[in-house]
Unconditional design. Structure first.
Length: 60
């Protein structure tokens, strides 16, 4: 997986992409990375968060 997405990419991403970032990205070392992770989490939760089906689809 490449590095952190941009805020613009986060705003355009669908639920599955958000789920992948939410699960697989590190927590973020910089303030900018932490801000992006926070926004990923906010959007992901607003779209319903993790479901068993989505979890199985994206794997560990």
């Amino acid at each position: 997986m490449k590095g952190f997405p941009t805020i613009q990419e986060v705003e355009k991403a669908g639920k599955e992409q958000l789920a992948r970032w939410y699960r697989f990205l590190p927590s973020g070392e910089t303030a900018a990375d932490q801000k992006i992770m926070k926004r990923i989490a906010e959007r992901f939760e607003k779209l319903g968060g993790m479901t068993p089906q989505l979890s199985k689809k994206i794997g560990m």
